[in-house]
Design a protein around this ligand. Sequence first.
Ligand SMILES: [Zn+2]
Length: 260
Amino acid sequence: MLDSTDLKFAFEDLNLADKPVIVHASLRPFGYIKSGVDAILRAMLSSFKSVMMPAFTYKTMVTPEVGPPNNGIIYGSEKDLNKMAQAFTLNMRVDPIIGILAETLQIRPFATRTNHPILSFTGIRADEFLITQTMTEPLAPIGALANADGWVVLINVDHSVNTSIHYAEKLTGRRQFIRWAIMGNRIVECPGFPGDSSGFNAIAEHLKADTRRVEVGAGFVQAVSLKCLFEAVQELIKKDPLALLCQRSDCERCNAIRGS
Ligand SMILES: [Zn+2]
């Protein structure tokens, strides 16, 4: 059984005490952890300068009947989901696909959360990054984190959930999308929505030399600086404009990028 000390040692081994980080995590491979998710959060907060996580909420999204072309979407296809869509609130639960750690972070007393209806971020000691988000630049906190020599920490997950790669894609000029979400009593347009991330792990082999990795229990923690990550992504897409796209023939967003 793991306890908070094992996790604290693992995070400390990454040697990032003076770095702000963005974290993505799946806790399942750790099995039962003594004192639970809170212990992991405490270990993170004592091992990194600041902690930010995505707090995305997809149940706010609605798909219109019509909209702009080449937008990686089938208009009129989500009538049932539209009926279930809910207005964003700052205490809305983080989507389960993002994981319990982000939800645990956003409900902590000293956590801040941005108010983007789909792509909100949450963090502690991360306000200087969080305040950069706007409706037109939803991923700006990642850019601000990179400017502060930030790192991405992946706990038991690979780069297919690494949101920061989307920021680097945008830097290369790769197509972004428009989505819609309910905020208050109206539907708002959300530009700058990123593409599909399921092909992102192809970046891993290009980051081997720059990745710090620590095994812990049956799981692992790996970290790479955003600067290295952005350089690797930009280089790869420059060489191959279709790099990091997925191979599914029915993937609307990857197909839209292939066609643009
Ligand atoms: Zn795809």
